[in-house]
Design a protein around this ligand. Structure first.
Ligand SMILES: Cc1cc2nc3c(=O)[nH]c(=O)nc-3n(C[C@H](O)[C@H](O)[C@H](O)COP(=O)(O)OP(=O)(O)OC[C@H]3O[C@@H](n4cnc5c(N)ncnc54)[C@H](O)[C@@H]3O)c2cc1C
Length: 441
């Protein structure tokens, strides 16, 4: 057991089963890359470095959920998850409301949906600190431009020309992953989901906080509300007891918005889209100065997450299993994948068996991430359809609009991998022996 340098709290680290320990490079220091580094370190592997192409991280994005399925793993790896809980939204419940008048259709514990909702940038800061606490180097300004797989030592090349080698490369390089091209052997283009989000995150002015037309969701501590209507929904939540305010408007996407986290949104279009929403939220949205326009793109489920030749370059997180916002599970599933990959590398202690570990990892994780992804699709479709062609007076069964993520949270990804390891690793060994790896889909 070692001691976290900044928190002073002890964290677990298991002895390596490899001699010398496996050397692993993580590409991308987002939440997925940080989780991978922490999990690999926990299992005794040597994380040579976490590389990120940006020179510094800013407080980017807005609301992000972390579920208990991620919490239990982070806590097991010695992360002080209370640091996350304390800066997250403190509302006990969330309300799902009718679009035009705000009538509450269902009310649920917040833990049924996103788990702990907080600002992505704040959560990211804590994940980065957890990585640094463990003495794992985070190298900024390292743009990976090429990968090469190899039976002995896969490598990657940076834009600077530097080449770095390791036993395993874990590519957590996000939705626009370069490593995915290597793994698939071809470029894959984003697929439009048919929807885009306008999103805004700001500190309400004193005038807004005092204005009864705009402060309905600022006056009583933290809040989380959803307004659902035909082909559209709005999410509203606050942080720090209402000192920060976030709204996200999902709408039919008939334009050509680039796949970007930074594309400015058209507030005139937002005002038009919310012209008939519940007056209790309408003016808070309409009076917002600026927003972002985020096209929600899919990647089709990938047939493989592992490089085809030596099986030593592995995708993790949004690079292989991006989620819709309605699933609220993107970061949590990245944590689960991190735990399972690190564990599989421990369960196959011979260096020649790295490929057994990486192929078992993708087989273990693919079905689970598909369940989580389809939860988000199902919820969006229920919300967008339930009020179509329905008269004002019809009572909506709350079960039809409730968020059903609770079963996702009860899952222990590491225990699941342990339970299935013998069966899955045997299947992988026979596939490797036959030279034919069965596609994931
Ligand atoms: C700017 C931004 C804002 C976001 N905002 C939200 C939000 O508000 N709500 C929400 O739910 N989710 C948001 N997400 C997505 C969310 O963070 C992820 O779904 C989840 O955390 C899993 O992330 P990941 O680590 O797999 O990928 P990401 O978070 O995308 O991280 C990928 C990392 O890889 C780095 N990288 C990419 N290519 C290279 C390369 N060639 N060389 C080196 N480094 C590379 C990137 O700089 C980035 O830091 C956002 C993501 C980003 C990048």
């Amino acid at each position: 057991m070692a001691s976290g340098q900044e928190t002073g709290k002890p964290f677990e680290r298991l002895a390596s089963v490899h001699n010398p320990p496996l050397r692993v490079i993580v590409v991308g220091a987002g939440l997925g890359g940080c989780a991978a580094a922490i999990a690999l370190h926990h299992q005794g592997h040597e994380v040579v470095a976490v590389l990120d192409k940006v020179r510094q991280f800013n407080r980017l994005g807005d609301s992000l959920g972390l579920g208990e399925n991620a919490y239990k793993l982070l806590a097991r790896w010695g992360c002080n998850v209370r640091e996350i809980q304390e800066i997250g939204n403190q509302a006990p419940t969330m309300k799902i409301r009718r679009w035009h008048d705000g009538k509450v259709l269902a009310e649920q514990p917040l833990m049924d949906m996103a788990g702990y909702i907080g600002h992505r940038g704040d959560y990211h800061d804590i994940f980065l600190k957890w990585v640094r606490d463990r003495g794992i180097p985070i190298r900024m300004g390292c743009d990976v431009v090429a990968y090469a797989d190899s039976e002995t030592e896969p490598s990657l090349t940076l834009a600077s020309g530097e080449t770095i080698r390791a036993d395993v490369v874990v590519a957590c390089d996000g939705i626009k992953s370069l490593a995915r091209h290597l793994v698939l052997g071809a470029r894959d283009d984003p697929v439009s989901s048919g929807y885009a989000c306008f999103r805004a995150y700001f500190e309400p002015s004193a005038a807004m906080a005092a204005d009864p037309a705009r402060n309905a969701f600022l006056v009583d501590g933290d809040s989380v509300n959803f307004w659902i209507g035909p082909d559209t929904h709005v999410v509203q939540n606050t942080l720090r007891g209402g000192r920060e305010f976030n709204w996200i408007l999902t709408h039919r996407d008939d334009g050509d918005v680039p796949e970007s986290w930074f594309q400015p949104g058209d507030m005139d279009e937002v005002r038009r889209l919310v012209s008939d929403i519940d007056p209790a939220i309408r003016e808070a949205i309409r009076s917002t100065d600026a927003c972002l326009d985020w096209k929600i793109c899919y990647r089709k489920p990938l047939p493989t997450w592992v490089s085809p030749d030596a099986h030593r370059i592995v995708l993790l997180g949004d690079s292989c299993h991006a989620h819709l916002p309605t699933s609220a599970q993107g970061a949590s599933q990245a944590c689960e994948s991190a735990g399972v990959l690190a564990l599989c590398l421990r369960l196959a202690p011979a260096r020649d068996d790295i490929k057994v570990a990486t192929r078992a990892y993708e087989k273990l994780r693919f079905p689970r991430t598909r369940v989580s992804q389809t939860h988000g699709e199902d919820l969006r479709d229920r919300w967008h359809n339930v009020l179509k062609n329905v008269g004002q007076d019809i009572e909506i069964d709350p079960e039809m609009v409730k968020i059903k993520n609770r079963p996702l949270y009860d899952f222990d990804a590491e225990q699941d991998a342990l339970d299935k390891w013998d069966e899955v690793s045997e299947k992988v060994r026979s596939e490797l022996a036959s030279g034919t790896i069965e596609p994931l889909c």
